[in-house]
Every structure is written in C-alpha cells, then in structure tokens.
Design a protein around this ligand. Structure first.
Ligand SMILES: O=C(O)CCC(=O)C(=O)O
Length: 311
C-alpha cells in the first residue's frame, strides 16, 4: 500500500494555478491521462460553492433520520434517496446515495453545468461535451458503506468510450475515510464482465478484484478538489473508518458524439444537455464487446452490488 507522500508523485495532479494558465494542459499531462486513465484537479469548485452544496446536503442527511427505507422519487419512479439498510437509524443516519441532486437543487445544477473539471474534460476528450448523470455518494461515520470494484462503462455503455466520471470531493478525502481506489492503466485493458452466474452484479469477479486491487492507488485530496476518471478505469472503495463524513458529488460527462446503448440507469430531465461546445448530431463508434447491463430495480447500484454475495 502506498502512503500519502508517495501519492503526490504517483498521481498526475493539476494545481489551481496551472489550471488557470491557457496552456495548462500540456502534452505531458494528456499523455499521463492516456496512460493512467485518471488525473487529480485541485479546487475544481470554489469554497463558497462548496459551502452551499454542503448546507443542502446536511439538510438531506437530517431529513433521512425520519426514514427507514429508501425514499423520494426520480423520474422513473425509483427512490431518489438510498440508505444503508443494516446501519441506518435516526441517531446514526446512513444515507449513502442521492440520485440526480441537480433536479432538486439549483446549486448542484449550476456546478454540473460549470466547473473546472468540466473544462479539463473538454480538453481531454472533445470540445463538445454533454451531461449524462449526477449523484452523491456518502460514507457517513459508522455506515460501513463500501463499493466493490467495477468499471463505470459497464453500467453506461455508449458507442465510444469518451466518458468521464468526475468525482468532486465535498470533504477532505484521506487514506482512512474510504477514498476512491483506482487501478492506473486499467482503462486500456479488458472490459471485465459484471455478469456472474446470469446476474448483473455491478462488479467484477472476486478473482479480478483480488488480482488488480494490489495495483490500486487511493485518490486523496482536499474538499473542493476533483478526481477525473476515465469510465473504463477499474475502481472501488472501502469503508470510512473515521468519525467524519466522506461525501462525493459525482458527475458523468460524455463526448457529444457518444450515443448511449442502454437507457440511463439514473434518468433525469437534464440528460444529454450540452454543457461545453455544441450539438453536432454526429455519432462516433469504436469496437468493443460487452454484455449489456441490467437496468437497476433498486434505488442505486449499491443494491445491485449487494444482491449477490461471492460474485
Ligand atoms: O463512492 C465511492 O467511493 C465510489 C463511487 C463509485 O465508484 C460509483 O459510484 O460508481
């Protein structure tokens, strides 16, 4: 396992100052992203914006104290707010997912439409970028929420792979509070099956997880920073072992010429909105093979990952 000081040399990191400079995204950084499949960006959102997002999120967490099962509703009738069933209580809320927060709060919507990680996504993929999905993942103290290793592209296949998952840190993320762990370079390898014994488990097999997680690198940083991760990068995360929350606002952006191959698993009214550049109507395809995912019936992919043990 690497320690915190190693992390800063291993991981490509764009500082706030660098990101303000026009030629910030030099060929070297692009090359690192192509090699590793992820990059850390400091201060993707400003402190005032962060404060506004946290104020709303604190309110949602408080509301969850009165609930004992997933609640609220998204446009396909599934619950908007998902809770960790074994550990949730009024005293120790374990809200673990808010689906499409951009539909119910203008500050989250404004960030989805404009943030510095989106600028970087446009530099890395295409000047024309559309919004695909948004969610908040929470690991509240004592919730024991974990994420099994998976590749996002298996949930959201498109005709090409220019799909970015932007994870905006709403809290400082440390080695102890359940950071995202990514396997560098895994976006260039196999698309691993997320189907096991005829069930879409939303995770790679135990064997693949064991074999690859040895090479995983934790993405740590300050509240307001973001990790930009290619959608084919293998990743997962462990429980939060601290007494403080670890919360991420996660946005998925795709190149405008990537057409979805399945219905959006987190459907919302802003799906496909052009957030950088323009609409062209072109579709670009690249060859790959995968078994299409099963549309989730539960409130979030946590339910899919939990449905099968031993996968
Ligand atoms: O919340 C995390 O640590 C991981 C998030 C993730 O992998 C996902 O939601 O797809």
């Amino acid at each position: 396992m690497i320690d915190e000081s190693d992390f800063f040399t291993i991981c490509s990191r764009v500082t706030f100052q660098e990101s303000l400079e026009a030629d910030m995204l030099n060929a070297k950084l692009k090359q690192r992203f192509q090699e590793d499949g992820y990059v850390m960006l400091e201060q993707a959102i400003d402190p005032n914006t962060l404060e506004a997002l946290l104020a709303k999120l604190d309110q949602w967490v408080d509301d969850s104290r009165a609930e004992c099962e997933p609640y609220g509703q998204t446009i396909d009738g599934r619950p908007r707010f998902d809770i960790q069933p074994e550990t949730h209580s009024a005293d120790n809320p374990a809200l673990r997912r808010v689906a499409s927060p951009i539909e119910i709060d203008d500050n989250f919507l404004a960030v989805a439409r404009d943030n510095r990680a989106l600028d970087l996504t446009a530099e890395l993929f295409s000047p024309n970028i559309k919004l695909y999905a948004s969610k908040i993942n929470l690991k509240l103290p004592g919730s024991k929420t974990t994420v099994k290793y998976h590749q996002d592209f298996n949930f959201d296949p498109h005709t090409n792979m220019d799909m970015m998952t932007v994870l905006i840190f709403l809290d400082d993320v440390t080695l102890e509070n359940g950071p995202l762990n990514v396997v560098p370079g895994s976006h260039k390898g196999e698309l691993y099956s997320h189907w096991h014994d005829g069930v879409f488990t939303g995770a790679v097999s135990k064997e693949v997880e064991e074999e690859t997680k040895e090479r995983a690198v934790p993405c740590i940083g300050k509240a307001g920073d973001a990790c930009l991760m290619h959608s084919c990068v293998l990743h997962g995360s462990a429980s939060n072992l601290t007494d403080d929350p670890r919360r991420l606002f996660i946005l998925t952006y795709v190149a405008e010429d990537a057409a979805p191959l399945v219905p959006n698993p987190i459907p919302h009214k802003y799906d496909g909105e052009i957030v950088r550049g323009k609409f062209t109507g072109n579709v670009r395809s690249e060859p790959f093979s995968l078994k299409l995912p099963e549309h989730p019936k539960t409130a979030s992919f946590f339910g899919q990952q939990e449905a099968v043990t031993g996968a």
